[in-house]
Design a protein around this ligand. Structure first.
Ligand code: 3PY
Ligand code: ZN
Length: 631
C-alpha cells in the first residue's frame, strides 16, 4: 500500500518527481487503516474467546437471561425535571427549589458509586445507557443521577476500552430531564494525584458542557484549600457546586475528640463562605450511626443556610436507619441506589427507603413500581458482572472499627491476595486501623485511603510492627504513596502531620505546606495537542487532550486498543467478557441501522509460535482471523 500511496500522489501523477520526494512527503507513510471494522471486531471476539478477559477466571461462557427492560412507552414525551429547573432558574433557582420541597429528595447512584462499590466500577456504558430513556420517564422526580467521576473515568479507559465522555454524552441525550451529578476529587480531579490548576479548570468546564450539573467536590483530607479552586471553577460554569465534608470518626464517641461536632460545623461554615450551593456529607465508609446522623444534620441545619445532601454506604446494614434519622433532622437529599444494585458496600436501597418512610410526611415522590421495574433490569445486568463481585455475603458492622471506604474494602482484599496475604486479611484490617492512628487519625477516602491501605499491606507483608517503623524507619523504603502523603502532596491533614513519623519517612526532606497545585507548572495544552495529534495521527478533541493529560499511558493504550479492535462498546457484555461459544451466532449493531451477523465456526489448533486461526462467518461469508493464544 506504500506503492499505492506513491502512485496516487498528485506529485507523482504530475510526473514531477525528484529524489527528495519521498523524504519530504511524510503523508506517503500514512497508510489507510489496514483493517476494516468487521475484521477488528472479529479479532476482539477471537482474542477474548481464546484468552479471556482480564480479571475473569477463564471458564465456559455462562448462559445469561437478557436483562428485562422496563415497559415504558418511549414515544411519550419525557417529563420535565430538575435539569429544567437548573436551565431556567440557574443554580440559585435550584437551591430555592430544594428548600421548597417538603419530601426528602433522592440521588440515584446506580450509574456510578453503586457499581464502583459492588462491581469494581466495571459497569459498561452500554448497560448503563440502555435503561436511561426508561429511567427518564419512570423516575423524573429524582434530584439527580450520579453518573460520572470517581473511579469511572479511569476504569472506562483502562478496562472497558471506552471513552468516558461518550457515556456522559449518550446519557445526556437519553435523560434530558434529571440533573447529572459527578464526584470530583478536588485537585485530584478523577485521578489519584494533584494536577495543575489549569487542568482542573478545563476539566470542570468540559464536564459541565458535556452534561454534568452538580459537582460533588471533596478533598481526601477535608482540606479546604484543596477544594476552593474546583468550587470556583464549577461556579464559573453556572452549574451547582456541592462542597463536601467527608465524615470520619464518631461525633458521639467521647474517646475520639478529633472530629467532633464543632469540627464539622466549622468546616461547613467555611465551605458555605467559599461559595458552595449545597453541602454534602460524604460518609464514604458508612460510619455515620443513626443518632449521630440526627445530631449532625440538626446542628448543620442550624450552622449553615445550605441544602444538605447525605451520602452513605450500607456496609454495616444500618444505612436506612441512618437516613431515617437524618430525614427527621431535616436533611434535604439522600443518596440511594436501585434495589438490586444497593446494600452492603453500595448505597442503601431506594426501594427500601420508600417503605421505610411509608406514611411519613417526607416520603419521596418516586413511584415504587418504577423503582421495582428498574431493579429488575439491574438484577439481570448484575449477573453479567458476577466475576467482579467482592464475595461479601452479609452486612459487616466491623466497618465501624476499620473505617474503610466502601469502594476500598474489596479492592484492598484483592490487593492483599495478590501479594500473598489472602489468609492474613484480618491482620491487614487491624493494621489499617493502626496505621490510621500512626498517621494521626486522618480522613480516609480516595486517595488518602489508598495511602493507609498501602502502608498496612507494606507492614503486614514485612512483619513490621509500629515500633519497627519508628526504630528502623530511617533505613526503610516506604511505599511511594506514603512518601508523597508525608511530603504534603495530597494536602494538609487537619491538625497537621505527626512530626516524628513524617521526618522518618522523608529522611530529612522538607514537606510542602501549601497546595501542591500552586507549585505545578500549568499544562501547555497547545503542546499537549501537538504531541497527542502526532501520536494519534489525526486531530484530537479537547476531551482527548484531557484524558491524555490525566492518564497518558492509559489513554494511549486505550487508543491502541481502538486501532486494533475498533469500537468494542457496541458488543453486548457477555461477548465483551467471554467472546462467543462455538456455533454461537449473534447480531452486532455497529452503528445505527448497520448490523453485522457474526458466527463462531471453529477454533484452529495453536501453532508452535502460539498463533491460532479462528474461523467465523460474517454476514454469511467465511472469515478467519489469526490471534496469539496466550495460554
Ligand atoms: C472516589 O473517590 O471514587 C470515591 O468514591 C470516594 O468515596
Ligand atoms: Zn461513596
Amino acid at each position: 500500500s506504500f506503492l499505492e500511496n506513491v502512485v496516487k500522489h498528485p506529485t507523482f501523477l504530475a510526473g514531477d518527481i525528484n529524489t527528495s520526494f519521498i523524504d519530504t512527503t511524510p503523508e506517503l507513510f500514512v497508510f489507510p487503516r489496514r483493517l476494516d471494522r468487521g475484521t477488528k471486531m472479529l479479532t476482539y471476539i477471537a482474542n477474548t474467546t481464546v484468552n479471556g478477559f482480564p480479571g475473569i477466571k477463564q471458564s465456559k461462557k455462562p448462559l445469561f437471561d437478557k436483562p428485562k427492560l422496563p415497559h415504558v412507552k418511549l414515544s411519550e414525551k419525557v417529563p420535565s425535571g430538575t435539569k429544567q429547573v437548573l436551565d431556567e432558574q440557574g443554580p440559585e433557582g435550584v437551591v430555592d427549589w430544594i428548600k421548597a420541597q417538603k419530601e426528602v429528595l433522592l440521588t440515584d447512584t446506580t450509574y456510578r458509586d453503586a457499581h464502583q462499590s459492588l462491581l469494581a466500577t466495571r459497569m459498561r456504558t452500554r448497560d448503563i445507557t440502555r435503561v436511561a430513556e426508561h429511567a427518564a420517564r419512570l423516575v423524573p422526580n429524582l434530584f439527580s443521577a450520579e453518573v460520572w467521576g470517581g473511579a469511572t473515568y479511569d476504569t472506562a479507559l483502562r478496562f472497558l476500552r471506552e471513552d468516558p465522555w461518550d457515556r456522559l454524552n449518550i446519557l445526556r441525550q437519553k435523560m434530558p430531564n434529571v440533573m447529572f451529578q459527578m464526584l470530583l476529587r478536588g485537585s485530584n480531579a478523577v485521578g489519584y494525584k494533584n494536577y495543575p490548576d489549569n487542568l482542573i479548570k478545563l476539566f470542570v468546564k468540559e464536564a459541565a458542557e458535556g452534561g454534568v450539573d452538580v459537582f460533588r467536590v471533596f478533598d481526601s483530607l477535608n482540606w479546604l484549600k484543596g477544594m476552593t479552586l474546583a468550587i470556583n471553577a464549577v461556579r464559573e460554569t453556572g452549574k451547582l457546586a456541592e462542597a463536601t465534608i467527608c465524615y470520619t470518626g464518631d461525633i458521639l464517641d467521647s474517646q475520639r475528640t478529633k472530629y467532633d461536632l464543632n469540627y464539622y460545623k466549622n468546616l461547613a461554615k467555611e465551605l458555605e463562605a467559599s461559595g458552595a450551593h449545597i453541602l454534602a456529607i460524604k460518609d464514604m465508609a458508612g460510619l455515620l450511626k443513626p443518632e449521630a446522623a440526627y445530631q449532625l444534620i440538626s446542628e448543620l441545619k442550624e450552622a449553615v443556610d445550605l441544602p444538605i445532601h447525605l451520602h452513605t454506604h450500607d456496609t454495616s446494614g444500618n444505612g436506612i436507619y441512618t437516613y431515617a434519622k437524618a430525614i427527621d433532622a431535616g436533611v434535604d437529599i439522600v443518596d440511594v441506589a436501585i434495589e438490586s444494585m444497593s446494600g452492603m458496600t453500595s448505597q442503601p436501597s431506594a426501594n427500601a427507603l420508600h417503605y421505610a418512610l411509608a406514611y411519613h410526611e417526607r416520603q419521596p415522590k418516586v413511584s415504587i413500581e418504577a423503582l421495582d421495574s428498574l431493579s429488575h433490569y439491574w438484577e439481570g445486568v448484575r449477573d453479567y458482572y458476577q466475576p467482579f463481585e467482592s464475595g461479601m455475603k452479609a452486612p459487616n458492622s466491623e466497618i465501624y472499627k476499620y473505617e474503610m471506604p466502601g469502594g476500598q474494602y474489596s479492592n484492598l482484599q484483592q490487593q492483599a491476595q495478590a501479594v500473598g496475604l489472602g489468609d492474613r486479611w484480618g491482620e491487614v484490617k487491624e493494621m489499617y486501623r493502626k496505621v490510621n492512628q500512626m498517621f494521626g487519625d486522618i480522613v480516609k477516602v480516595t486517595p488518602s485511603s489508598k495511602v493507609v491501605g498501602d502502608m498496612a499491606l507494606y507492614m503486614v507483608q514485612n512483619d513490621f510492627s509500629e515500633d519497627d517503623i519508628f526504630e528502623k524507619g530511617e533505613k526503610l523504603d516506604f511505599p511511594d504513596s506514603v512518601i508523597s502523603f508525608f511530603e504534603g502532596v495530597l494536602g494538609q491533614p487537619y491538625q497537621g502531620f505527626p512530626r516524628e513519623l513524617q521526618q522518618i519517612v522523608l529522611k530529612g526532606r522538607e514537606p510542602l505546606t501549601d497546595r501542591a497545585g500552586k507549585f505545578l507548572d500549568p499544562i501547555d495544552f497547545r503542546d499537549v495537542r501537538e504531541t497527542l495529534e502526532q501520536k494519534l495521527n489525526r486531530k484530537a478533541k479537547v476531551e482527548e487532550l484531557l484524558s491524555y493529560a490525566l492518564y497518558p499511558k492509559v489513554f494511549l493504550d486505550y487508543h491502541q486498543s481502538t486501532e486494533t479492535y475498533g469500537d468494542v462498546s457496541v458488543l453486548d457484555t457477555p461477548i465483551f467478557f467471554y467472546g462467543l461459544r462455538l456455533g454461537e451466532e449473534v447480531a452486532v449493531e455497529i452503528e445505527e441501522g448497520k448490523t453485522l451477523i457474526v458466527k463462531l465456526v471453529s477454533l484452529g489448533e495453536a501453532q508452535r509460535d502460539g498463533k491460532r486461526t479462528v474461523y467465523f462467518e460474517l454476514n454469511g461469508q467465511p472469515r478467519e482471523v489469526v490471534i496469539i493464544d496466550k495460554n
